[in-house]
Design a binder for this molecule. Structure first.
Ligand SMILES: [Zn+2]
Ligand SMILES: [Zn+2]
Length: 338
């Protein structure tokens, strides 16, 4: 019995091409107390490997967070397997807006401390007490109210390429950091404002809305199913789409376009651009927004220094990498925050 991925990404991509079958990219999460996350993780691995599921899945004592792709023809079997767990029966599956058969090339299932790292140590905090869940229509109505404070619960590199009109987008790298920043920013409005939040699929708001209620905010609500479900409802019900730009996603697609607006700029030259890439110099690999002209000029790197590094022989690059510490993960923009 294999419990870990054994194929390389290239081998997997080859197999997907050979099979020639459509795959469905989707995500779901559920907060649910698990007594033995490791056993649950192993059970899922065995079942999902048989179904040819690929993706990145985290399991913790507080629940499961899954982003994955499944062959379209095996979707019914996959769904039946999920429904076999009482706490996952009928769980909402967020189907990706833009499909790509190679969104994931491995099945990675990991046991973590938390499914959303929060840094909260207050033992009286109950993450089960989330705020009100809003459908797209109610969400549109509520964010039009001048007493509403709309907050983006994602990180700066996500909100930079797309966000709701008028949202507060904290300049943070992690969810953990954003809780304190938002609490500080909005502390004068605990009584009189409607705090409304959103994220990609809802998992971060689920915890954040419970946290802000715990902090004393009276009216707390969250967008049900996040940006992905919002767009589905907007289309199905013919509502106004108030999201501008792209939805950042954590797989090989990197983003899906939600509206034609380009709300960000190339980090290097300032031209309108909302395409993320990683610097081609592996020792750097920084995530940045880079336009086609800059990609061509710098040969896929983020700077002249990285162009020089990337051109060195492998042994030399390795030697230079030693002792430089962990590289920075995200490029900081040129003061172009929304
Ligand atoms: Zn550029
Ligand atoms: Zn670089």
């Amino acid at each position: 019995m294999t419990l870990y991925n054994t194929l390389s990404a290239a081998q997997r991509a080859g197999l997907i091409d050979e099979a020639g079958q459509e795959r469905l990219t989707l995500s779901f999460y559920k907060y649910h107390r698990l007594e033995n996350p490791q056993a649950f993780r192993d059970e899922l691995y065995v079942a999902w490997e048989k179904l040819d599921v690929l993706g990145r899945i985290y399991v913790a004592r507080e629940g499961i967070n899954a982003q994955l792709s499944v062959p379209a023809l095996r979707f019914a079997e996959f769904k039946a397997h999920l429904d076999g767990y009482p706490f996952l029966l009928g769980v909402r599956l967020n189907i990706a807006v833009e499909q790509d058969n190679k969104s994931f090339l491995k099945l990675t299932l990991k046991v973590r401390d938390r499914i959303v790292a929060d840094g909260i140590e207050d033992p009286s905090f109950d993450a089960g007490k989330a705020g009100r869940h809003l459908r797209a229509r109610e969400f549109n109505d509520l964010i039009a109210d001048p007493k509403t404070l709309l907050v983006d619960m994602r990180n700066h590199f996500e909100s930079e390429i797309g966000h709701f009109q008028g949202a507060f987008t904290p300049d943070v790298d992690t969810f953990r950091e954003s809780l304190d920043i938002i609490a500080g920013e909005l502390k004068g409005h605990k009584e009189d404002g409607n705090l409304v939040m959103y994220c990609t699929g809802g998992i971060r708001c689920e915890k954040a809305s419970a946290w802000f209620r715990h902090q004393g905010f009276r009216s707390v609500a969250q967008l049900e199913g996040g940006i992905i479900e919002y767009l589905r409802q907007v289309k199905a019900e013919g509502l106004e789409n108030k999201f501008l730009g792209k939805n950042f996603v954590f797989d090989n697609r990197m983003a899906e376009r939600i509206s034609p607006h380009i709300v960000s700029q190339c980090h290097l030259c300032g031209e309108p651009c909302d395409t993320h890439r990683n610097c081609r110099n592996e020792a750097c690999h920084i995530l940045l927004i880079e336009c086609q002209a800059c990609v061509a000029r710098l040969n896929g790197c983020c700077s002249e220094a990285c162009v020089e590094r990337a051109a060195l022989p492998a042994g030399e690059r390795k030697r230079l990498r030693k002792g430089t510490g962990a590289p920075k993960k995200y490029f900081r923009g040129r003061g172009t925050r929304p």
